[in-house]
Structures are given as C-alpha cells and as structure tokens.
Design a protein around this ligand. Structure first.
Ligand SMILES: *[C@@H]1O[C@H](CO)[C@@H](O)[C@H](O)[C@H]1NC(C)=O
Ligand SMILES: *[C@@H]1O[C@H](CO)[C@@H](O)[C@H](O)[C@H]1NC(C)=O
Length: 218
C-alpha cells in the first residue's frame, strides 16, 4: 500500500472518530425513517415502514402527570422511539418525570444520551457524579434547567412539600436507562452475594436484605 493510501485511511478513521464524538446517535441518510416496531429485521435502530402518517410523529402522553403512588414516589413517562416511531434515526427524544413530595428518580445512567431537564412545576434537588467521583448538584425551580452529561450517574429528588414535574430531553432516540441499585441488586439472574458483599464492603446478610426489597427485573 502506498504512503498516500495510509494517509487517506487515517483521515477516514479520524472522520469516523470525530463524527461519533459529535453525535450521540448516528446521522440520518434520508428525511424520515419511521420505525416499524413490529419488524423482525435487526439493525442499528429500527427498520423503516412505508405507510407513514402525521400520527407517527405525535404523542400526547406527556400532557398529564404520571401516577406517583409507587415505591419511589416518582414516575418517568418516556417519549422515545418506542412511543413515537417517527423519532427513528432522528437522534432526539423526551420524557416527563412526576414526583410526589419526597419522591425520587433514583441514581441511574443513560448510556446513549446527554439529558437536559426543565422544571415544569415545583422544585428538585438534582445532581450527577463524574468518573472522578465529583458530585455536581443543585436545587432547580420551575422554569430552570439542569444538564446530565451522557453516561454519568445522576438523580433527582423532590425535597419540597408539593408535587414536582420536569420535562427531559435527550440526544438519542432511545437513551436507555440503567438504575444503579436495580442493576446490581435486582438483575436476572442475580449477581452473586459474594460479589456485592466484597464490592460494597458489607456482609452477605446485608446484601440479601437489600436484594429482598427489590423485585427482580422491576
Ligand atoms: C396506511 O395506513 C392507514 C392508517 O394509518 C390505513 O388507513 C391505510 O389503509 C394504510 N394503507 C396501506 C396501503 O397499507
Ligand atoms: C395508584 O393510584 C391509582 C389511581 O389513583 C390506582 O388505580 C392504583 O392502583 C394505585 N397504585 C398503587 C400501587 O397503589
């Protein structure tokens, strides 16, 4: 191979590398590619369907508060490609999070997206932790915004006395959510007690106690 070809190859690799740094989801190659959520074709994203309409780009599910009478006193209502098939290949999505007083959206990560939250009502204490274990936290009020960088562990809690709600936007059609506690203590099959005992510097009995409080895969 000539020196010239190596230069070209390195250039192409750099282009691919920087493109993947700029966009959370791959760039699109056509106007629309409305997801055929029922297709068995496995690709990076979803196969496109041909008979599309305005309804494929519409979702009313964030217009009302989600129920908050659950264990954590909070509900996330996603508006991703699974609810809005028209988002396929567009690299964006949203969610609404509702919080009862004291409600928490427990520590979690979105492996494929940066998140930006806008407080609709109430007040939230929010924060994220960097890979150097530095916490960035803040109290945000109605109309204010906070950002959670892609992949970093973050949380939101309503320490106020009234209902709180936020709208989240993501730079991925399907950001993915991994709750830290659920991933470690409620996986299926379960992570061995000895792993968690050694990782958290606690006894296996304490591991069992935590595991028993989480229903597997919930
Ligand atoms: C396309 O979808 C609409 C409903 O969204 C349906 O009424 C119509 O029959 C469909 N057309 C074809 C060719 O499948
Ligand atoms: C939450 O409230 C709704 C309606 O108010 C009710 O249907 C549902 O059963 C409740 N869920 C729990 C877990 O209490």
């Amino acid at each position: 191979m000539a020196t010239y070809d190596y230069g070209l190859m390195i250039g192409m690799m750099m282009a691919i590398f920087f493109t993947s740094l700029v966009f959370a989801d791959p760039d699109l190659l056509q106007d629309v590619c409305v997801a055929d959520l029922t297709s068995g074709v496995k690709i990076n994203g979803f196969a496109c369907k041909s008979n599309i309409s305005a309804g494929d780009f519409f979702f009313a599910g964030l217009s009302k508060p989600g129920l908050t009478n659950n264990t954590f006193g909070a509900t996330v209502t996603p508006a991703s490609v699974q609810q809005i098939p028209g988002l396929n290949t567009l690299g964006v999505s949203m969610a609404r999070v509702d919080f009862a007083p004291g409600g928490i959206n427990p520590p979690h990560t979105h492996p494929r997206a940066t998140e930006i939250v806008f407080v609709l009502e109430g007040e939230l204490d929010v924060g994220f932790i960097t890979t150097e274990n530095k916490l960035f936290s803040k109290t945000i009020k109605k109309g204010e915004i906070f950002t959670f960088p892609r992949g970093l562990i973050h949380f939101q809690i309503n320490n106020g006395k009234v209902h709180a709600a936020a709208i989240a936007a993501f730079n991925s059609q399907l950001p993915g959510t991994q709750r830290v506690a659920n991933a470690l203590f409620a996986s299926s099959p379960t992570v061995d007690d000895v792993v968690l005992s050694k990782a958290f510097l606690i006894g296996t009995q304490e591991v069992e106690t935590i595991k028993s409080k989480f229903a597997p895969n919930k």
